[in-house]
Unconditional design. Structure first.
Length: 156
């Protein structure tokens, strides 16, 4: 049994570490729930792609990359796996054979209810005991941090 003390994060300098820790815990939770749901081979990293396709339907890979905030290279690796697992398919998009459109397969569509249930469960666990006003404030602050980190400016 691990009796190591749980770290308490009260120093603002520890915020990046805390955010990283929360992210890792969320990914572990999602991966565990995917395994329980029998979604062999899927990981938390595939969720954003599936969510975009469930919400918006078939679309070019470049648009999905922009929606989920991932590079086209990262998206290619993730979609290779989703295609291999049978959740999506890629088809040529119009006249340009290099531009690919992603669409859900029957397997991907049939996973939607499990995906929604997993998402609801995650959000319930994540926000447990946190009021709506606290949620709104946290999202506002995280948006500011994201903007700070995306600006490319060095700390002064």
């Amino acid at each position: 049994m691990n009796d190591a003390p749980v770290p308490v994060f009260t120093d603002p300098a520890a915020a990046p570490n805390l955010i990283s820790l929360i992210s890792a815990l969320v990914h572990c939770h999602i991966d565990s729930e995917l395994e329980k749901a029998g979604a062999d081979g899927l990981t938390s990293s595939h969720g954003h792609i599936l969510a975009a396709l469930y919400r918006f339907g078939p679309m070019p890979m470049g648009r999905i990359a922009a929606i989920i905030g991932r590079s086209k290279g990262t998206l290619t690796v993730l979609t290779d796996k989703l295609e291999k697992l049978g959740y999506i398919e890629r088809t040529a998009s119009g006249k340009d054979c290099r531009c690919k459109t992603l669409r859900l397969t029957d397997k991907g569509l049939s996973f939607k209810d499990d995906f929604i249930a997993l998402s609801i469960g995650l959000n319930q666990r994540f926000w447990k005991g946190i009021s709506q006003s606290e949620q709104d404030e946290l999202m506002r602050l995280l948006g500011k941090i994201r903007s700070n980190m995306s600006s490319g400016e060095e700390a002064k």
